[in-house]
Design a protein around this ligand. Sequence first.
Ligand code: G6Q
Length: 541
Amino acid sequence: MDRTVWSKIEAEIEATKNVTIGDLFASDPKRARRFTVEAAGWTLDYSKNRISQNTMDLLLELAKAANLKDEIEKMFSGEKINRTENRAVLHTALRNCAPGAQVFVDGADVMPGVRAVLDKMSAFADSLRKGVWRGFTGKRIRNIVNIGIGGSDLGPAMATAALAPYSKRSIHCFFVSNVDATQLAETLRQVKAAETLFIVASKTFTTLETMTNARSAREWLVRELGSEEAVSRHFVAVSTNAGEVAAFGIDTANMFEFWDWVGGRYSLPSAIGLPLMISIGPSNFRKMLRGYWRMDMHFRTAPFSRNMPVVMALLGILYSNGWHADSYAVLPYDQYLARFPAYLQQLDMESNGKGVDRDGKKVDYATGPVEWGEPGTNGQHAFYQLIHQGTRLIPCDFIGFCRSHNPIGDHHDKLCANLFAQTAALAFGKSADACRAEGVPEELVPFKTFEGNRPTNTLLADELSPATFGALVALYEHKIFVQGVIWNIFSFDQWGVQLGKVLAGNVLPALSSAEPPAAGVFDQSTDSLVRRYRAARGLAV
Ligand code: G6Q
C-alpha cells in the first residue's frame, strides 16, 4: 500500500474523527446525489459512509498510486497476473459479449473455445430440458445432482437458488459437496436413479471430497439401475482434466471444458455453471453473462470516481485499514440471495486472505476482512443488535430490489421499508434527548440510545434478474480485485486451500490401519485424537 498517500488518509481520519455521518449530511444538501453511482442496472448509494469529498479524493489517489488502471488492463488482456501459479486470470473472457472479441493467452485467442463450450452446454441443456436426452431406462431427467466443492459448488449452488424464479420447476437441482456421506445419502433419498443426472464438477478432477462422492454416487447408480452401461447416460463432467475424466469412466464427449485461467471461485460463468444453465435455460444464462459483462465494461472504462467496484473497494479499505474494522456484513433483502453471503465468503476470504505481499514479504497492515451475513429481515432479529449497539465497527452492504418475484400483499413494501429504515438508523442513530422526549425513564436512556455513525452501502436494482444478478457478482469480483491490487497481494492463488488437500491425506491411513500409528508420527494432540477415534471404532490403540 502506498505509504505516502496512506499517511494522508490517516491524517484525514484523525482530523475528522469526531465528524459523524449525521454532521456530514447536515452540511451538504446534495450529499446523497454526490455519493451515488449507477452501473449495469444497479444504484449504489454510499452517502451513509464516514467520508467527505476530501476522503474520497485521497482514497482515489491511493488507487492511482497502485497503478490500478494498468492492473485492470493486465487482467482483461490475459497477462499472467496470477504469478505464483503462472496463470492468466480471465474470468472476464467467459462473459465477453463483444462481437468478434479476441483475448490472447500465450499467443492463442481463447474466445473461440469459450464460445464453443457455451454452445455445447446450451445444446446439452436444451436436450435435457426438452426430454431428448434421457436416462438409461428411457425416463426423462428430473433431477440434477452437482458433485463438486468450493469453487465448483458454491457459485452454481448460490446462483441456482438466486435465479429460481427463472427455473424450469420440473427439474430439481441438488448440490453435494461435503465428504460427509450424510449430504450424499440425504440427496439420494430424494431422487430416483433413472431420472437423475450427476454432474461431476472439478477443475482438477482429483479433489478428495468430489472424487469420493462421485465414486459413491456411481456405485449407487449402477446398483439401482443394474448396469455399468447406465453410467454414460447419467454422468457428465465439468473439468480441465480430460485424462482424469476418462479414467473415472466418463466419456470425454460428455465433458464440458474450462481452462486453467479460470479460478475456481470465479468459475460460475464457465462450464461450472452447467447446473444453473440446465435450471434456467441457455437464454437466461446468456442474459446473466451479459449482465456480468456490462459490469465488466463499466469497471474497465468508468473513471474511478464513478466506478462502482472501485468505490466499494476503497470504502472497504478505509474501514479495514483506517478504522480497523475486522469484518463487514452483506445483507441481501431478498430470500433468493440467501446463499450470496456464503458465496462471497469464499470469493473474498480465499482471494484476499493473504499475509505476504507480491514480493513475498510479510505485510504490516490488515488485508482481507471477514465477510458474513444473512438475508434481511431475518438478520434484524438476530445479530443486528451488535451492529447497532455493539463495540465493534461492522460496515454493511444492504442489497435490495424494487420489485418482488412474489408480489403477495404488502410483503415487499414491508421488506424494503425495513431495509431503508435500518440504514437510516445505523447512520443517524437515536440520541439520548430523543429518548427522553419520548418519555424513556432516565435509567433506561443509555440502553435505548443509538449512537449511529455506523456506515452502510445500499445497492438497489429494479428486480433480481439474470442480468442484475450477473452484474452483482461481477461487482464484488472486481471490488475484491481492486483491494488486492491496493494491498499489493496476489488475489488469485489459494495456497492455504492446497495445504488442506494434503494434510488429511497424511492422517487418513492411520484411522483404519490394523496397527496404530507409531509413536512420533503425529504431534501429541493429533496422536491422542487418532487413538481416541480408533478405540471407539474397535481398532488397536
Ligand atoms: C477456488 C479454490 C477451491 C476449489 C476447490 C475445488 O478458487 O481453488 O475452492 O474450487 O478446492 O477444486 P476442484 O474444482 O479442482 O475440485
